[in-house]
Design a protein around this ligand. Structure first.
Ligand SMILES: Cc1cc2nc3c(=O)[nH]c(=O)nc-3n(C[C@H](O)[C@H](O)[C@H](O)COP(=O)(O)O)c2cc1C
Length: 335
């Protein structure tokens, strides 16, 4: 088959709706001849302070890979073999990019039922509205059918995870390099040149212009440490009210020895399945990334020994309009 420009644009634009850490959108697509697609991660989009061994970029590329397979199926193209290239750590073949995966194409496909959730999924970073019992029942039933999902639904479990989130956020925010990296990806003024392209903008963060101004001063200067020494940092960055408004919290865990590309693929499917059940979601990756809280969660929720906690998502009904999604232009995504 022949990849026409219009088709490439359709596939890549839909695929780039996949979630990525801090909305860094690290995935880049190279359409090779007519039988394969090479997926790579732009090294300038890595988050070294946020996670070891660029795991964040790998998870995001995994989500993009799953999105690509889904977008291909939508236009009737079947992805046959997927070569996971992450472990090879090849940053030479495409200069400034680490190879993530190769998708080989052969034959026809039919669209997946989950495709319809792609344009409905988004991150909701504010209070949730209570949802109907039928929705939580469906969530309960769905989670029981999944070996990589554990559902926290009781008030005491939600309170526990809310505390773990605020404690872990503070733990990471005390690290200047983490804070600087986060601020670098925040678009705290509508005049930021990348406001509509990437990163976390005021709409996505559900912040007013004044709040954005305040956040920049607190996080981007030494003021954070000063407030922290007065025990004011925790109430400032805490999300207790929002977390406690969620209808449930899903703990997503995958085999410890799994490639992060594969984990990212499963993460996207997991999020889309919750979207399909009518839920909006807001991750708390810090709970999984902080060893202490990950261990406490593993014990409390009996996460299987051979699994690691990947992420923890608040879920519920969004309490307002979905925020405008910032995404890069198609031309920036092709290598
Ligand atoms: C691996 C991974 C971890 C994430 N962790 C968080 C998180 O801890 N907090 C958060 O607010 N969003 C988190 N997100 C969501 C991204 O920030 C979000 O997908 C991105 O900003 C794009 O926005 P959208 O989901 O609305 O399309 C995560 C996404 C991925 C792929």
């Amino acid at each position: 088959m022949m990849f026409k420009q219009e088709l490439i644009k359709k596939i890549v634009s839909e695929t780039n709706l996949a979630p990525s850490t801090h909305n860094t959108q690290p995935a880049r697509w190279s359409f090779l001849e007519n039988t394969s697609i090479l997926l790579s991660a732009g090294c300038t989009r890595f988050l070294p302070a946020g996670g070891p061994i660029n795991r964040d970029a790998a998870l995001s590329c995994g989500a993009a890979l799953e999105g690509t397979i889904m977008a291909l199926a939508e236009v009737g193209i079947k992805a046959t073999n997927i070569d996971d290239l992450w472990a090879a750590n090849d940053c030479v073949t495409i200069k400034g990019h680490r190879l993530a995966a190769k998708i080989n194409i052969k034959g026809d496909a039919v669209s997946f039922p989950l495709n319809k959730a792609i344009t409905k999924r988004f991150t909701w970073r504010a209070k949730f509205l209570p949802c109907e019992n039928t929705m939580t029942q469906a969530l309960n039933k769905w989670s029981r059918s999944k070996s990589d999902v554990t559902l926290a639904i009781s008030k005491s479990d939600i309170d526990f995870l809310s505390q773990q989130n605020d404690k872990s956020s503070l733990h990471f925010m005390r690290d200047k390099a983490f804070r600087n990296e986060l601020v670098e990806w925040m678009r705290l003024s509508t005049s930021h040149q990348n406001y509509t392209c990437d990163g976390l903008n005021l709409d996505a963060l559900q912040m007013s212009a004044i709040e954005g101004f305040g956040a920049k001063i607190v996080l981007g200067t030494g003021l954070f440490n000063a407030l922290d020494s007065m025990r004011l940092a925790k109430p400032l960055i805490g999300e207790e009210a929002q977390t406690k408004s969620s209808s449930a919290i899903t703990l997503f865990h995958r085999p410890k020895d799994e490639s992060p590309i594969e984990t990212g693929r499963a993460f996207y499917r997991f999020w889309l399945e919750m979207t399909d059940l009518g839920f909006s979601a807001w991750p708390m990756a810090v709970v999984a990334d902080n060893e202490e809280s990950a261990n406490e969660c593993a014990e409390r929720f009996s996460i299987p020994q051979e699994h690691r906690l990947v992420n923890v998502l608040r879920v519920g009904k969004a309490g307002g309009q979905r925020p405008k999604t910032a995404r890069l232009d198609f031309a920036d995504l092709i290598k």
